[in-house]
Design a protein around this ligand. Structure first.
Ligand code: IPE
Ligand code: IPE
Ligand code: MG
Length: 230
């Protein structure tokens, strides 16, 4: 596996979209697509971390995804529970810090307990960080942060105060990859995305190969980031 030659993004966010359409394309139900998508996470994270990425935020379930049929939500929650157990162990073995961003109170006690087990087990590590966005919404995260700030009594808010009050302390996103063809953020890390490079691909998430992943990293390294300067 060749590493991209230029400097890698420090924080990458992935909107893993297209599982349902992938399943439909294969004449199967949506669950089949979600399972295929979940199976990809370990491989993609390995490639990212081996390429020098330090923080990887994966959008696994949005706040709005709770509006899907109960059967699909239940399936996804179950898949997340199994996935976090399995992946949490792998994180520990590979010295990866696992964090989970989102409104976790709304999840089942069983899922909350699995999350807390592996988050605690891996909190001894510093980097790389695998951040799973689960029942995550950027607007909800910002409200959570603002409420926290109000409670702390700060009267004049700085960007730093907001950074510190988010679900998980992370650097800003350098690169956002969205699979599945849609060109939107769908409530994903709006604050952290402020200067992110946006990479959209028509490839459906379960078809996102090592080559696709390296293509995205290579595309990133060709971007000229100006941050408002000339
Ligand atoms: C992304 O795939 C996974 C989740 C949102 C949980 P989708 O389920 O949105 O797949 P499409 O967009 O319907 O193909
Ligand atoms: C975004 O995909 C959420 C995740 C990938 C978890 P959606 O499929 O929910 O987004 P929309 O509804 O097409 O905007
Ligand atoms: Mg979708």
């Amino acid at each position: 596996m060749d590493k991209p030659k230029l400097s890698p993004p420090i924080h990458v966010g992935v909107i893993m979209d297209g599982n349902g359409r992938w399943a439909e394309k294969h004449g199967r139900n949506r669950s089949y697509g979600h399972k295929a998508g979940a199976n990809l996470i370990e491989k993609v994270s390995k490639i990212m971390f081996a390429s020098g990425v330090e923080y990887l935020s994966l959008y696994a379930f949005s706040t709005e995804n709770f509006a899907r049929p109960k059967e699909e939500v239940d399936y996804l929650m179950n898949l997340l529970k199994t996935g976090i157990k399995k992946y949490g162990k792998a994180c520990f073995d590979n010295k990866i810090k696992l964090t989970v961003s989102g409104d976790l109170n709304a999840l089942s006690e069983e899922l909350q307990s699995v999350i807390s087990t592996y988050v605690k087990k891996t909190e001894i590590f510093e980097k790389p960080v695998m951040n799973i966005c689960l029942n995550y919404g950027a607007r909800q995260e910002l409200c959570h942060a603002f409420n926290h700030i109000i409670e702390s009594g700060i009267s004049s808010v700085t960007p730093q105060d907001i950074d510190n009050a988010l679900y998980t302390k992370l650097p800003p996103l350098d690169l956002i990859i969205r699979t599945g063809g849609e060109k939107r953020l769908s409530n994903f890390m709006l604050w952290q995305a402020v200067y992110a490079e946006l990479y959209f691909t028509d490839v459906l998430w379960p078809d996102f190969t090592e080559e696709e992943c390296l293509n995205a990293l290579e595309w990133f390294s060709s971007r000229k980031r100006r941050f408002g300067k000339i």
